[in-house]
Write a new protein. Structure first.
Length: 433
């Protein structure tokens, strides 16, 4: 890997993300706060679109999946039963010289740190494990009650297993979809939002009858569903692959597991985990399923797809970054782009152009997130929209006053075509399908 080229892509995306309002350092005016990030006006749109697309495919797109939204703080017993208090930990090594702690499995961070003590040898202690759960104290009287911010959103689906069945009459096989925040006391957060302490997950817990062959088939089906989701939303297929977990690297709940990895500028990196959780969770929570038709009772097995919203958002940004001469553009899938179109009057000092363009803008805004821009010249406006990934720019010019058409300029090809004003809505909706 040519480190300079790749480092500079990461630097360019980081700088664009801040300059154009995608991602800001959390609490920046106080020097930031390690592992916490804020999404700006464009970032929140991109991230919401990622979540919308996930929900469209994984919940609305299926008859056998329902959604929930469970609380972030749960009864601490949940975390005892789920095994997180005991086993949700990372191995850490500590530098004997400066006492800095680094994940024992993070070769890059280990090498980096060794470079800061070039004259020392054997600087690391043996690895020790550190729990990743974030503690919170609840209540107003001492002693306060210790609880946790959830380390995975998953447990909310398990503890509501019976509620979901009883309220919907849904039958195995079925899934529970959920999107929400999770928190981990990460030791070495980094690479922008890639490893954060507060992040969002989008997960499906899919319950099947306990059966080796059938559950393996379901596992394989969901691998395909999930990798295709990234490909269909424009991620370069060459930069996606599966990475099966070795038994010793599997999470404590997993029978077997694979990651969808993306070839990031900092190397192949986990974007989503697909896990066969067996009956680990339902069994520990003392839950089972009764088939109403046959009266058969069993503990279903669980196939899980667990994606990171922030990692997906970051990789959509990185993967879409393009430079063509002077022009920088984000080749984001139109469904993900923060703005679907920008509307301009050719000249801002011609009231008849401005009025017509404002009407188009207001009408389109009822259906799509569109933006108004009348600053600078047309070329500058195109450049500014390219840089934030707006797929189409609509310009109202003098011809528009004569024949009720506008130019629509395509972000990726920079080609322009004339479109009837009253066809604009369907022009965009056809392309957003
Ligand atoms: N319920 C299973 C589970 O949580 P995981 O592999 O620990 O599995 C799933 O996490 C996904 O959550 C990861 O693939 C990643 O996208 C995201 N994720 C995990 N830790 C993260 C962190 N510290 N920062 C950002 N995203 C994270």
């Amino acid at each position: 890997m040519d480190l300079n080229v790749h480092t500079s892509v990461m630097e360019k995306v980081t700088s664009l993300a801040k300059r154009r309002g995608f991602i800001f350092q959390g609490s920046e005016i106080y020097g930031g706060y390690q592992g916490f990030w804020d999404y700006g006006p464009l970032g929140v749109e991109l991230k919401n679109n990622v979540k919308k697309e996930w929900w469209k495919t994984m919940v609305y797109g299926r008859e056998d999946v329902v959604g929930i939204d469970a609380a972030i703080i749960m009864n601490p017993v949940v975390w005892e039963k789920s095994g997180h208090l005991k086993a949700f930990s990372d191995p850490l090594v500590e530098c004997k010289v400066c006492h800095r702690r680094v994940r024992a499995d993070n070769d890059e961070a280990i090498k980096d740190h060794e470079n800061s003590h070039p004259d020392e040898k054997d600087i690391w202690t043996d690895a020790k494990t550190f729990n990743l759960m974030t503690e919170v104290l609840l209540g107003t009287t001492e002693p306060k009650e210790k609880s946790y911010l959830r380390g995975e959103i998953t447990q909310g689906a398990f503890v509501n297993f019976e509620n979901v069945i009883n309220s919907t009459r849904i039958k195995v096989p079925f899934g529970i979809g959920q999107i929400g925040k999770a928190f981990r006391n990460e030791i070495t957060p980094g690479n922008l939002t890639f490893r954060s302490r507060e992040f969002e997950q989008m997960e499906l817990e899919y319950f099947v009858k306990p059966d080796d062959d059938a559950s393996a088939k379901t596992f394989d089906e969901f691998k395909e569903v999930r990798i295709n989701w990234y490909k269909n939303l424009g991620i370069d297929p060459e930069k996606l692959h599966f990475h099966d977990h070795e038994p010793e690297k599997r999470a404590h709940y997993a029978k077997y597991a694979t990651d969808i990895e993306y070839k990031a500028p900092f190397g192949w990196s986990e974007m989503e985990g697909i896990h066969h959780r067996g009956d680990f969770d339902l069994k520990n929570h003392g839950l089972k399923y009764r088939d109403e038709m046959t009266n058969e009772e069993y503990i279903p097995w669980v196939i899980e797809t667990s994606g990171g919203v922030d990692r997906a958002t970051l990789f959509f940004l990185i993967d879409s970054y393009r430079e063509e001469g002077e022009r920088v553009f984000l080749k984001l899938h139109p469904s993900l782009a923060p703005y679907k179109a920008a509307v301009f009057p050719l000249l801002k000092n011609k009231p008849e152009l401005v009025e017509k363009a404002r009407n188009i803008y207001k009408n389109l805004k009822k259906e799509f997130n569109v933006v108004w821009d009348d600053r600078g010249n047309i070329g500058k406006r195109y450049f500014a929209q390219d840089e934030i990934g707006t797929p189409w720019c609509v310009t109202v010019d003098f011809e528009s006053l004569e024949d009720d058409t506008v130019t629509v300029r395509d972000r990726d090809t920079a080609k322009q075509e004339r479109v009837d004003i009253d066809r604009l809505q369907s022009y965009f909706s056809d392309r957003l399908k």
